[in-house]
Design a protein around this ligand. Structure first.
Ligand SMILES: C[S@@+](CC[C@H](N)C(=O)[O-])C[C@H]1O[C@@H](n2cnc3c(N)ncnc32)[C@H](O)[C@@H]1O
Length: 235
């Protein structure tokens, strides 16, 4: 599969791998993905208190939205949007089981069904990489955020040095094999490292966020740079 893939193919791919998506996240990250999401949500919430509306864009099986519910409590209204319905369906089941009142909506991140300034905070975890047009995606997140609202982007990073080499071996050679065996999908777990290596470096993404109308933009690496947590405030 080429690195940049058409929208409908990305949608079909995530729909296909939905049944094993959570399991593979835990296996392939040795469980660390949970910690990354927890930190990302903590960074989204900051000192938000009381009533607030949050959007988890590219919510997938809703792990981030559920974490927002856990950390923010009952004052938060949480909406998750994804264009792959089978991913959302798993999220809905999890939310029901956990008694979390999430609104999970099928929609496209490039054309969100919300008014300008509808949210106090927007978070996107491992989703922006998959967007056909990332600049347009960031602009759309800015549109639905209130002035002063916070954006958090959690994505894979580019580890350096010896650790980077070891990681590259794991990510490019081992991960696709395990991913293929467990998901039975031919190409999804080759697509993953391909898109990660092609995704902009952290500084470049910061520049893209500034261009999209965010200030106080910063990023910090997690787990030796395997993941990168980007934050910004809507101007
Ligand atoms: C790697 S998953 C991440 C899911 C979830 N955020 C998580 O942390 O596990 C990427 C998700 O982005 C969704 N996605 C990709 N492009 C999208 C778009 N343009 N609009 C809505 N969802 C999109 C896919 O359907 C998929 O569920």
């Amino acid at each position: 599969m080429p690195t940049r893939v058409e929208k409908k193919d990305v949608q079909a791919m995530f729909s296909d791998i939905a049944p094993t998506y959570d399991l593979l996240n835990r296996i392939l990250s040795f469980g660390v993905d949970r910690l990354w999401r927890k930190r990302a949500v903590a960074s989204l919430l900051g000192d938000f208190k009381g009533e607030a509306r949050f959007l988890d864009l590219a919510t997938g099986t809703a792990d981030v939205a559920l974490e927002v519910h856990r950390q923010a409590g009952s004052g938060a209204r949480i909406v998750g949007v994804d264009f792959a319905y089978p991913m959302l369906a798993r999220g809905k089941t999890k939310a029901e089981r956990q008694g979390a009142p999430l609104s999970l909506i099928q929609g496209d991140g490039l054309s969100l069904p919300f008014q300008d300034g509808a949210f106090d905070g927007v978070i996107i975890a491992f989703g922006l990489r998959n967007f056909e047009d990332r600049e347009a995606g960031l602009a759309e997140m800015g549109r639905v955020l209130k002035e002063g609202g916070r954006l958090v982007v959690l994505e894979f990073g580019h580890p350096r040095g010896l650790f980077g080499l070891l990681y590259a071996f794991y990510f490019r050679a081992l991960l696709p094999v395990v991913g293929r065996l467990v998901s039975a999908h031919r190409s999804a777990y080759n697509y993953l490292p391909n898109t990660v290596y092609e995704f902009p470096e952290a500084e470049r993404l910061s520049a893209m966020m500034r261009d999209a109308g965010f200030r106080e933009v910063s990023h910090r690496p997690m787990t030796g740079g395997i993941a990168e947590l980007h934050t910004g405030v809507r101007e």
